[in-house]
Design a binder for this molecule. Sequence first.
Ligand code: MN
Length: 213
Amino acid sequence: MHYKFELIPLPYAYGALEPHIDEKTMRLHHDAHLKTYVDNLNGTLSPHPELYGWTLEQLICYAGFLPEGIRMAVEHNAGGVYNHNFFFENMSPEKSGDNLTAPQSKLLSKINYTYGGLETLKKLFKTEALAVFGSGYTWLTADAEGNLKLLSTANQETPIKQNLRPILCIDVWEHGYYLKHYNKRADYIDDWFNVINWENAKKNYDEKNKALK
Ligand code: MN
């Protein structure tokens, strides 16, 4: 994926995550918030044909090579597109948690090995996501050796810059939950646990050897 970037449709209906995440939030989050990042990224890149072949990941990871005048705008908006695409793709109306317990799931084995079980991971994930001050994301990631790492990023920063491969993430910007959950981020996180696309998370983990950039 490179310039001209497109607004990727949600892989499910806007209301598909109800009652956990409401339709109005999903419409605004996708059609307004994500669209703005896509439009601003295209607008920033448009006078720079030399960057038209750069992928989203390259724009993020090699931001240091961008012209200084557009560096911040590209980083912010490319991060916004990358993070939102990842976040939306990693939710699903299907309860796919059962799939994680299949014996062939390397991810579950690693979760058990690292955290002692899925429930403990969820607890740690929630604590981490609650601790994000202001706007940002909380991620489960894997390093090059496949070791799992939980971390949060501020604003539209991404873990791929730190050579960590995202497995799943939650967007804890208030626009992601305020209409339904008001200021109760803890309730939003609990609801989000019900719509995690574990099938995707498993795939993200199994693609261990795939290059990030
Ligand atoms: Mn968002």
